[in-house]
Design a protein. Sequence first.
Length: 174
Amino acid sequence: MTDNLLQNVEGVLERIRQKDIELFSWGNDADIYEVGDSALIKIFNDTDSRGLSKRTSKDAAIFEYKIGTFLYRNSLHVPEFYDLVTIDEERYGIVMEKVNGKKYLDVFCNHREEMVKQFYQEIKLAYNLGIIPQDKNYHDNALFNSENMQIYLIDFARWRVANKSKYINPFPEL
């Protein structure tokens, strides 16, 4: 992370702590804040939007950071994950690259053949690495960048590491 980005992240974290910032986006598991034009901070909740318990904010942040970093290092089209952050004793998050694009399903009809091929190619690569999407709406967890005509997978909070007997588990502690 550059010094400039680090300063911007610290400023956004302080505004989050003071509840003096607007959400960029949100989901079942986290709130997302913009850090300039190039990065996002994703802060995980201890419960999902339906009020159901799940892993702690800290565990969710660590899990997604590890999965995302692993996929990025293995050349999948995913955002780059920069760092783990702490808001307070109960809220944790990640700093990650902001991928410009529209949701896969929102632009699906315009670039159907190429998008389907790319989407399933990325999913297959993840499977081959032992990372399995478990979110029933995993099609929602992809963005299409029309500038480079590329699909990017996002949001790995509900993915899982495959059974060790079938794949090499890159994260034995998960």
